[in-house]
Design a protein around this ligand. Structure first.
Ligand code: SF4
Ligand code: SF4
Length: 111
């Protein structure tokens, strides 16, 4: 599978974005965990083994993607705050992503 190139964000656009304190935001959320349906998944584990940089370990704001003792990527979908970063952040588009089922997922206190 072809690897995509990432472009740096235009500084003018970056300066126009609102300041967000992710820690404050995360502390205010409530989760309704669906134990029967994982809305995030790895499409092909062989692709992860070839992925040297493993940016998923860094770009998720709540650390959903972690390595187990064997070096396999684990997906702790229960902690997902549905920011959408992993839909575009995996250079191989190897992360399956769906919205949680109705009534489940994250609830933001301030909208
Ligand atoms: S960035 Fe994508 S391909 Fe690389 S380890 Fe993470 S999920 Fe796998
Ligand atoms: S949608 Fe955002 S919070 Fe959820 S797993 Fe992907 S990067 Fe993490």
């Amino acid at each position: 599978m072809a690897k995509r190139k990432h472009q740096p964000l235009d500084p003018e656009l970056e300066a126009s974005l609102p300041r967000v304190d992710v820690d404050d935001l995360i502390a205010s959320v409530k989760y309704y965990v669906d134990e029967d349906f994982a809305h995030l998944w790895i499409k092909d584990r062989a692709v992860c083994q070839q992925c040297q940089a493993k940016p998923c370990l860094a770009f998720c704001p709540v650390g959903v993607y972690r390595l187990d003792r064997q070096g396999q990527v684990m997906v702790g979908y229960q902690a997902c705050v549905e920011c959408g970063s992993c839909r575009v952040g995996c250079p191989f588009l190897n992360i399956g992503w769906a919205l949680p089922r109705g009534g489940y997922g994250v609830a933001y206190k301030f909208g």
